[in-house]
Design a protein around this ligand. Structure first.
Ligand code: SF4
Ligand code: SF4
Length: 401
């Protein structure tokens, strides 16, 4: 664990974070980032306070994005929450949500039975009994994981290599996103490598309060990725939360050798493609289209401080327009919105985004995060896509894998 993490003395009590925290706006019981984070931490470190309200924090990082003093408020909250949960115990529901990778590995061999089983009213009753929100649709598992399909692809060999960190959602639930990224990179003269030995980025473990397990997961990933980083090979994540873990949280939370080197070579997928464009290396042989998209920037993409590459890349496609929704957090925050005692909060946070989407006429909503896509589809009924899927279509049929 990084002993230097979570400097609270930099907080000047300016309250900027408090004004923008989506949870504080939706839940009276949550005192907000400043009070739950650096202010309460002083008392916690003196052993005088044990704060159950920390369970409301979604780890959306809006506080960190907005803090002018660089206080890692969300990291402070996650560490304090883990300590609180160690003392007070955890629910089965929270263990299951934190260990989604284990659950997917168990479920995948039995897909589609697993999906049918999840939709079964009896299963939903059992899930409700352990605290999974009855009104929340569960994501379907893919018939074949990304890794299984990737292993069968025949890529064009290229001198330029890319390491792709697929993450759990792409691997088990949305393999088409990973396959679309491979096709787009191949169309741009890059060969994709997915090294063996990668596991979940560890974010569900961090938010679930299992920091030791998250650290072990982080160290396994770093051990696999560090040799590629040292060789100068870019590492891409198509999920902003995985990307933020690799870029920031591994360094911030865990003192792992190689974390800084891996962070320096990690890119969000669309960020990398925009860099190719800026270097004059993006293949721009796009076929003309006709579409209007809306774009939702996930919190963990905004926390990366890379702007909104999707707006530039998709907006430059012939015949395509894309409008920035700019409506803050969607509210789902990974597994947060699946909890029965957080579902209403999650939907309340997403209201502004839902209203803007419903007020617009568009072919689809684009967003980089898999669970944001679930929330948008649930909250609005709109079709939600990863932007790389739109790019892939713009290259077809010339670059079909
Ligand atoms: S991480 Fe998000 S929910 Fe948690 S305190 Fe910061 S802004 Fe609020
Ligand atoms: S954490 Fe940052 S934004 Fe929040 S009160 Fe302190 S200095 Fe201000």
């Amino acid at each position: 664990m990084n002993k230097n993490c979570c400097d609270i003395d930099a907080c000047t009590a300016c309250s900027t974070c408090a004004a923008l925290c989506p949870v504080a706006a939706a839940v009276r019981e949550f005192p907000g980032p400043k009070l739950a984070g650096p202010a309460a931490e002083r008392f916690r470190r003196a052993g005088a306070r044990d704060d159950a309200a920390l369970a409301y924090c979604t780890n959306c990082k809006t506080c960190e994005i907005t803090c002018p003093s660089g206080v890692p408020v969300a990291a402070i909250n996650m560490r304090a929450r883990a300590e609180h949960q160690k003392k007070h115990g955890r629910k089965l529901r929270d263990w299951l949500l934190a260990h989604g990778e284990h659950m997917a590995k168990l479920a995948l061999p039995a897909q589609p039975l697993a999906d049918l089983g999840m939709d079964n009213p009896v299963t939903r009753q059992v899930l409700k009994a352990i605290g999974i929100a009855a009104g929340r649709p569960l994501p379907k598992y893919a018939r074949r994981s990304f890794l299984r399909q990737f292993g069968k692809l025949r890529q064009q060999p290229c001198a330029d290599k890319i390491v792709f960190f697929p993450g759990c959602f792409t691997n088990y639930n949305a393999p088409e996103v990973g396959l679309d990224l491979v096709a787009v990179l191949q169309a741009n003269g890059h060969e994709v490598v997915v090294p063996k030995g990668l596991n979940c980025c560890g974010l569900p473990l961090v938010t679930g309060g299992y920091l030791e397990e998250a650290e072990a997961a982080a160290k396994r990933n770093i051990a696999v990725l560090a040799p590629y980083a040292a060789a100068g090979v870019p590492i891409l994540a198509a999920c902003p939360s995985c990307g933020l873990m690799l870029k920031q949280d591994y360094r911030e939370l865990f003192a792992a050798d190689g974390a800084a080197e891996v962070a320096a070579k990690t890119y969000d997928a669309m960020e990398f493609l925009l860099e190719l464009r800026d270097a004059g290396r993006l293949n721009t042989a796009f076929k003309p289209g006709k579409a209007r998209y809306l774009y939702h920037a996930p919190c963990h993409l905004r926390a990366q401080g890379i702007g909104r590459p999707t707006l530039e890349l998709i907006g430059a496609l012939p015949g395509v327009t894309v409008a920035d929704l700019d409506a803050g957090c969607c509210g789902i925050a990974g597994s947060y919105g699946f909890k029965d005692d957080r579902y209403e909060i999650s939907m309340a946070i997403g209201q502004e985004l839902f209203a803007r989407i419903k007020a617009e006429q568009a072919d689809a909503v684009l967003t980089d995060c898999g669970t944001c896509r679930l929330q948008i589809a649930h909250g609005t009924g709109a079709k939600a896509l990863h932007p790389v899927s739109v790019l892939r279509k713009a290259y077809e049929p010339a670059y079909k894998l």
